[in-house]
Every structure is written in structure tokens, then in C-alpha cells.
Design a protein around this ligand. Structure first.
Ligand SMILES: Nc1nc2c(c(=O)[nH]1)N[C@H]1C(S)=C(S)[C@@H](COP(=O)(O)OP(=O)(O)OC[C@H]3O[C@@H](n4cnc5c(=O)[nH]c(N)nc54)[C@H](O)[C@@H]3O)O[C@H]1N2
Ligand SMILES: Nc1nc2c(c(=O)[nH]1)N[C@H]1C(S)=C(S)[C@@H](COP(=O)(O)OP(=O)(O)OC[C@H]3O[C@@H](n4cnc5c(=O)[nH]c(N)nc54)[C@H](O)[C@@H]3O)O[C@H]1N2
Ligand SMILES: [Mo]
Length: 759
């Protein structure tokens, strides 16, 4: 008898919404109170305090939440934010998911649970397997689990039939070992969460300035004159960035925010560790707020560039010495008309000029920060290159207090890429791997996230192995992706907590639970530590200091090493088990393969770690032409058809990606509900939809439709034609074939939908 088909989406239950006021500033005492509630509620007083005191301290562990850097010198006793606290609470919880838990709850029953309930279940303690046709997961020994994986991998007709996903929490050591295993196995099928995240930034920056990373330090940010924050909600997603922004403002910087939503963290900040903040007095952050239409940034940026040209405020010397492609770009700007730019962006010419003049003022110490609001659109790469164009016009790149700052998401997503987690690493990297490990790495490119889903759907991908993450719910087109996973022979998840990807499995499903970042290594070895790279290219150590959630857990490097040893056997000359027992040995190998890691083991032991070198800071441009490149793109902006709206899928305050810590979105004034759609009030009236009325959403793409039912409509200040719902509930609406040009990032912020009252 075959098992029932397990639903792919969270249950469509409403949880009892409470609507309050939207907030005008972020953090303050409520943030601290909320952090403490999460930490002590989950972890208990002792474990909770022990964890919080080690978070982001030198000699402690790196916060597993976002990738925002720590101060280079001074750290306050609590260098954390509300969301870091929630991440820690979720990891250090006292609750456990044991083999008995799986015996009590069938997979079909677990599929009825909400994402919040699944996270609340606690830490998984032992490896478990869902055998073909079985209704429940059951215990399996580590050895048997590795044999099972090895058997399925070695039975494939080609290594390219396997998919090896990575989520950006994996440390450098785990990631390096993983990509080495995958390439020795014989494939480059290494999709990662970055494909859905900052891939557009990497692709754009690599082509424009020869590196795919940001070019500024914390000090640069704190001493900039103008900070442009585009498509980012730092109050929720990068709260520690607010202290840096506060410092920048205190040093005289002007902050300009560009966002369809007036996010609390952009308008004001109450520093929870300063008297003023505790008294509830906020430091105003953004002086100007440009409420751009969803996906309208490209037009706005062109308007800023056009003004710089019309005003003649260009850095001619920089342009001449350092750039390529200026003439073509100039011609393009001259040919644009203001009415189009205004219509497409929703921003007036006067405002675009005001921003341009602010950017060109003083010493042009301009820093532009951005996140998912720019990267998850069809024109994302073009838009980000437009950001770079402005920096090139002003010579605001590769010097102090100026540059570009893509603000990364996952705490080590940037490091994972440095370590080789990429389906198309450059030749020099592969050459180095071959030299150091004496093998021939596969040179044909592998699959990214979208390609991997399609391959599994079409039967070309047969084994899915994930180092962390929640593939089913992080990816677009939930129903399509679920079918892709169901068609696999085997799906394997290395993870800490239960999530929906564990329920929608291949013919056989495996859950391999690992240690969390806060925990010490197997055998209580406190000298072992891992390393990570933050959003500003600082590589530093992370020491686990807590007792593991279960004695059965293995570290990520150990799981990868044992998978590799079982699968490759004599085919590999690498001593996998030795590497997994001493991370210094892994770091020695990283040093041999990747430039910038000289004396890695010494330097990573220095307090605060070290910066990776940046060619841009030396004004060396590793591009096609050896210059920084102006890229000229035609205006290409998503315009909704008759009756349609553009939907963005974004994060609430109480979630970390697909992990739901709570049901509130405090700054936006939402309590106890996630199935909601924020709409412009006039758009609601036009559709005769009242506040809190249930609505159904239909997305439209190339004649195909996709549906999501039973969302509550909330009137919310944003441009007409733009609307927003939470990820992952709305992912079902994002079409698998709708992705960004060049970077192939799913267009999670550019979904064309129609909204109707539920019938
Ligand atoms: N607490 C918490 N922290 C996190 C995460 C989390 O889920 N929770 N996730 C981590 C990860 S992996 C990432 S990538 C980051 C994500 O950090 P963000 O990018 O801040 O995350 P989103 O919630 O997707 O927010 C996108 C923001 O861009 C705006 N936006 C959307 N579309 C547009 C547009 O077309 N133009 C402009 N100008 N703005 C737009 C939205 O209104 C919203 O404010 O955060 C990281 N940190
Ligand atoms: N519609 C829509 N979709 C999106 C986005 C969006 O804005 N809109 N954002 C995209 C972005 S920016 C990203 S980065 C992706 C995120 O995609 P993923 O990285 O795949 O998803 P997460 O939700 O971060 O993964 C959570 C799971 O990681 C596991 N985990 C937690 N800690 C550890 C650990 O230490 N080790 C291991 N091995 N596992 C651990 C837990 O089991 C948890 O359930 O989602 C993308 N998807
Ligand atoms: Mo991300």
C-alpha cells in the first residue's frame, strides 16, 4: 500500500488576529522584554543566561541569526538583538523531538501542524528514517543512515542525478568539507539559499566591480555622509544595524530610506542599552522616506543618475581613470524622460533630484545598503547595477566611508560561497582543489535552486541532500517543488529542528540531527571551534559553549565526513574522519585552496578575526575590462495589468525565514496572525474589500494561475498597486519559471496577483 500524499502547504487555519497601531520606531524596552520572554520561556533561566552571555562575544559563538558584523573593538555585554535572542531561544529550547515523538505522531498528523507548532516541538535528538510506504519516522543508527545514503548515491546512473543543497547557517569548515565531498563524488549540483537571496547582488557586483561582495566596513558606515537604505527592513531583520545607523546619524549622516512600506526600523531607533532609548525616546533615522512602488527602484535610480548628469556633479577624474562604458550610459540617461521615471517609480522628479543632490554633497561619502527588496525581482541585477552606476558617477567606491553594502541574510551565507558552495565556481578555484586534493573536479556547471527543482520534477534529479534549511518552504511554487521532492528516491535533511521539508519526502526520507552553533563539539571538546564570515568580509571564530541538546547529535562536519567516507570509500584519498575530528586540519586545507586565508589558524584565533582582502578598496577592478563597468540597461519595470497588483512576499517580525517563532508582527501592528495581505486602502475600496475581510489570491504568469485561499485583508500605507504577504505562506503563488535575469533568483517580491473576497 502506498502512503497518503502529504500536503505541502501550512494548514489554512486562521489564528485570531489582533490589529494594533503601526510603530514609528524600533527596539527599545519592548524589544528587550520580548527577547527575555523568548529566551527564558524556551531555554530556562540557566541555559538561557549562559547562552546570552556568550552570544557574539569574543570567545563565544556567532549569532546564528543574521550576518550583520560585530563591532571590531568594543562589545557590550549583550551584543545581541531581539531576533538573535529568538534564534538562540529556538536552538537552546528544553523541548525534544525524540523517536517516541515520531512514534506518537504520523507524518500525516504532523502535516496538520502549523510552522509555529513545528518549531515549538523542540530539538530533534536522533537520526530517524521514513521508509517507503511507512506512515511514521522510526529510529535508525548513524551507521545505517550513512550506508543508506551511500547505497542510493552510488546506485545513480550519474553523480549529476544528485542534488546537494546548503542553507547559509553552515560554518566555513562544514561548507568546505561539503563542497569537497560533492565534487569528489562528481557533480557541481550545489544549489544554496543564496540563489534565492543575494545571488542578484553577487552577479551584478561581479560584473560591475569584479567582486560579488560588499565593499565597506562598519567604520565606513558609521562615518558616511549619506546612507541610502533600499529594499531592506533592518528593524526586524538586521536589528544590530540600527546601532550603527544611530552612530552614523550622530556623526552627521543623512539617511534616506527607499521602501514601499514605512518600516519602523527605518524611521527611528530606541537603543535598548542607552538611557534615552530605555526612556522610550527614539533617535530619528531616515530623514527622507521615498515610498517607491514595488519594483520601481530602477526608475528611481535612473532619475538620480540623470540628475547628477544634468547638474554636472560627476567625478570626471574617477570616471576617466577607473571606469568603462560611461559614454553609452550617458547617452541612455539623456534619452530618458522624467514623466516615465516618475510614473514607474511613483517618486516625483523633485524628490529624485533632492536625493541626487544629497548624494553629491560634501565629500560624497555615500553608502548604499540593500537587501531582498532589490534582489528578488526580474530586473534585480539591472537595478543593483544601477546602484553601482551612481557610485561610479560620484567616485563613491573604493575609498573611506563610501561604497556598496548588500546586507546579507543568513549568518554565514557569504562564507559558504567563499568556501565553494556554488554551482559554478570559477576555474581557479577548481584548479586549486585539483592540485591540493589530487583529483579531477567536474567542470561542467551544476544546478542552482530553480534548475534543481525542475530536474527533480522531471526525474533527472533523484537524491536530494540538504545541509540545513527548509527547501520545500524556502523555494517558490510550493506545490511544484513538493512534487519534485516526492519524485526523488531519497531525501536527506541535516537539521536541528523539525520543518515541513521533513514531511514531504522522497521514496525514503532521512532526518539527520546535528549540533547547533551554541553547542560544544562531540566528546565535550571545548578547544574545537568553527569559523564564519560576516556581511563585511570579517572571518572570525565561533565557539560552542553549551551542552548539546542530545548525546546522539553529530556535528555538521562529522555528518558530512561520514557521508563522504561511506559513499566514496577508496575512491577518495581524503582522510575524512580525521578532518572531522580536528577543524584545524580543515582550516589548513582551506588556506591551501582559497586566497586570503594565509595563516588561517593563527589569524582566526585573534580576537575579532580578520578581514578578507578587498580588491575594490585598492581600486583594482577584476572585471572583463580591468575597469569598473557602467552597465546600461533599458528601463524594464513590472507594470500590473488591469485589476492586478504587484505582491511582495516578506518577513514578519516573529520569524527567521521559514522558522516561525511567534505569530506577531509587532512593528506593523499585527498580533496573532500570519495569513494576511497588506493592501493599499484605495486598492481595497476598488475591489469592495473591507478591513479584515477574507480574500483569495490568484497569481498570473504566462497564462498560468496559482491560488492561495483565506487571507485577511489589512489596509496599510503603501503605494497603490503594491501589496504584501508573508513568506512562506504566499510562496505557493511564486511561479517556478519567474526568476531574475542573469541571477535566476525567484521573483519573490514581484508576483502579479488579483485579489477577490473569499466565497
Ligand atoms: N528576524 C529575522 N532576521 C532575518 C531574517 C528573518 O527572516 N528574520 N532573514 C535573514 C535573511 S536570510 C535575509 S536575506 C535578510 C532579509 O532581510 P530583508 O530584505 O529586510 O527582508 P524582507 O522581509 O524580505 O524585507 C524586504 C524589505 O524590502 C521592502 N521591499 C520589497 N520590495 C521592494 C521593492 O521593490 N523596492 C524597495 N525599495 N523595497 C522593497 C519590503 O517592504 C521590506 O521592507 O534578513 C536576515 N535576517
Ligand atoms: N517567498 C519568499 N521566499 C523566500 C524568501 C522571500 O523573501 N520570499 N527569502 C529567501 C531567502 S532570502 C532565503 S535565505 C531562503 C532561506 O532558505 P533556508 O535557508 O532553506 O531556510 P531556513 O528557514 O533558514 O531554514 C530553517 C531550518 O534550518 C534548520 N537549521 C537551523 N539551524 C541549523 C543548524 O545550525 N544546522 C543545520 N544543519 N540546520 C539548521 C532547521 O531545521 C530549520 O527548520 O528563503 C528564500 N525564500
Ligand atoms: Mo536570505
Amino acid at each position: 500500500m502506498s502512503a497518503p500524499i502529504i500536503p505541502a502547504q501550512p494548514p489554512e487555519k486562521l489564528t485570531g488576529i489582533q490589529v494594533g497601531k503601526t510603530k514609528l520606531s524600533a527596539a527599545g524596552v519592548p524589544a528587550v522584554a520580548n527577547s527575555l520572554k523568548h529566551v527564558y520561556g524556551n531555554s530556562g533561566l540557566l541555559r538561557g543566561t549562559a547562552a546570552m552571555l556568550k552570544l557574539n562575544q569574543m570567545g563565544g559563538f556567532d549569532c546564528p541569526s543574521c550576518a550583520w558584523p560585530d563591532p571590531d573593538d568594543h562589545r557590550s555585554a549583550f551584543e545581541f538583538c531581539e531576533n538573535g535572542a529568538k534564534a538562540i531561544a529556538s536552538e537552546t529550547t528544553k523541548k525534544r523531538v525524540t523517536p517516541d515523538f515520531f512514534a506518537d505522531n504520523s507524518v500525516a498528523e504532523l502535516a496538520e501542524w502549523s510552522d509555529y507548532e513545528m518549531d515549538q516541538a523542540g530539538r530533534i535528538t536522533q537520526p530517524v528514517v521514513l521508509r517507503e510506504g511507512a506512515s511514521h519516522y522510526e529510529e535508525i543508527s548513524w551507521d545505517d543512515a550513512f550506508q543508506l545514503i551511500a547505497h542510493e548515491l552510488n546506485a545513480l546512473a550519474s553523480p549529476d542525478e544528485a542534488v546537494f543543497y546548503t542553507s547559509g547557517r553552515a560554518t566555513n569548515e562544514a561548507a568546505f568539507l561539503y563542497q569537497l565531498f560533492v565534487r569528489q563524488f562528481g557533480t557541481n549540483n550545489l544549489p544554496d539559499c543564496s540563489n534565492m537571496c543575494h545571488e542578484s547582488s553577487g552577479a551584478a557586483l561581479n560584473q560591475s566591480i569584479g567582486v560579488g561582495k560588499g565593499t565597506v566596513t562598519l567604520k565606513d558606515l558609521e562615518t558616511a555622509e549619506t546612507v541610502l537604505i533600499m529594499g531592506q527592513n533592518p528593524g526586524t531583520n538586521h536589528p544590530r544595524m540600527l546601532s550603527s545607523l544611530q552612530k552614523a546619524v550622530e556623526n552627521g549622516a543623512t539617511i534616506i530610506a527607499v521602501n514601499p512600506m514605512k518600516e519602523a526600523g527605518l524611521t527611528g531607533f530606541m537603543h535598548p542599552q542607552q538611557m534615552k532609548g530605555m526612556l522610550g525616546r527614539a533617535t530619528p533615522l531616515a530623514k527622507h522616506f521615498l515610498q517607491v512602488k514595488l519594483n520601481g527602484d530602477q526608475a528611481l535610480l535612473k532619475g538620480i543618475a540623470k540628475t547628477l548628469v544634468e547638474d554636472g556633479t560627476l567625478d570626471q577624474a574617477f570616471i576617466k581613470e577607473h571606469t568603462h562604458g560611461f559614454e553609452a550610459y550617458l547617452q541612455h540617461l539623456v534619452g530618458l524622460n522624467w514623466a516615465d521615471l516618475e510614473n514607474l517609480s511613483g517618486i516625483s522628479q523633485a524628490d529624485m533630484q533632492m536625493v541626487a543632490r544629497q548624494c553629491a554633497s560634501g565629500d560624497r561619502k555615500l553608502i548604499t545598503c540593500w537587501a531582498m527588496g532589490l534582489t528578488q525581482h526580474k530586473n534585480a541585477v539591472a537595478t543593483i547595477q544601477e546602484v553601482v552606476n551612481i557610485h561610479l558617477l560620484l567616485g563613491a567606491l573604493g575609498r573611506e566611508s563610501a561604497g556598496v553594502c548588500p546586507v546579507r541574510g543568513h549568518s554565514n551565507v557569504q562564507g559558504d560561497r567563499t568556501m565553494g558552495i556554488f554551482e559554478k565556481m570559477p576555474e581557479w578555484f577548481m584548479d586549486n582543489l585539483d592540485r591540493v586534493f589530487e583529483f579531477k573536479s567536474p567542470r561542467h556547471h551544476g544546478w542552482d535552486v530553480v534548475a534543481a527543482i525542475k530536474a527533480m520534477h522531471e526525474g533527472r534529479g533523484k537524491v536530494f541532500y540538504a545541509l540545513g534549511g527548509n527547501f520545500l518552504q524556502a523555494t517558490p511554487d510550493t506545490e511544484y517543488t513538493a512534487e519534485a521532492l516526492r519524485r526523488c528516491n531519497l531525501t536527506v535533511h541535516i537539521c536541528t529542528k523539525l520543518n515541513r521539508s521533513h514531511l514531504v519526502t522522497g521514496r525514503t526520507g532521512l532526518i539527520l540531527p546535528c549540533l547547533g552553533r551554541s553547542e560544544w563539539e562531540e566528546g565535550g571538546d571545548l578547544t574545537q571551534f568553527c569559523s564564519v564570515e560576516n556581511s563585511m568580509s570579517v572571518v572570525h571564530a565561533s565557539h560552542g559553549t553549551l551542552e548539546p541538546a542530545s548525546p546522539h547529535l553529530l556535528s555538521e562536519p562529522a555528518i558530512i565526513a561520514r557521508t563522504a567516507a561511506a559513499t566514496l570509500g577508496d575512491r577518495s584519498k581524503v582522510n575524512w574522519l580525521e578532518l572531522a575530528s580536528n577543524y584545524d586540519l580543515i582550516r589548513d586545507l582551506i588556506e591551501k585552496v582559497i586566497p586570503g586565508f594565509e595563516n588561517f589558524n593563527d589569524r582566526v584565533r585573534q580576537p575579532g578575526g580578520f578581514y578578507l582582502p578587498s580588491t575594490v578598496r585598492e581600486r583594482v577592478w577584476k572585471t572583463r575590462t580591468g575597469k569598473a563597468e557602467f552597465n546600461t540597461h533599458a528601463l524594464d519595470i513590472l507594470v500590473p495589468g488591469q485589476g492586478q497588483l504587484v505582491l511582495q512576499t516578506f518577513r514578519s517580525h516573529d520569524q527567521f525565514n521559514t522558522t516561525v517563532y511567534g505569530l506577531n508582527d509587532r512593528y506593523r501592528g499585527i498580533g496573532n496572525e500570519r495569513r494576511i495581505i497588506f493592501m493599499n486602502p484605495q486598492d481595497m475600496k476598488d475591489r469592495e474589500i473591507g478591513p479584515l475581510e477574507p480574500v483569495d489570491l490568484t497569481s498570473h504568469f504566462r497564462g498560468e494561475t496559482r491560488h492561495a485561499h483565506g487571507f485577511l485583508a489589512i489596509p496599510y500605507d503603501q503605494p497603490a498597486g503594491s501589496c504584501a504577504a508573508y513568506f512562506p505562506e504566499a510562496n505557493v503563488l511564486v511561479p517556478i519559471d519567474s526568476y531574475a535575469d542573469v541571477s535566476l533568483t525567484p521573483t519573490s517580491k514581484s508576483v502579479l496577483i488579483t485579489v477577490k473576497p473569499s466565497v
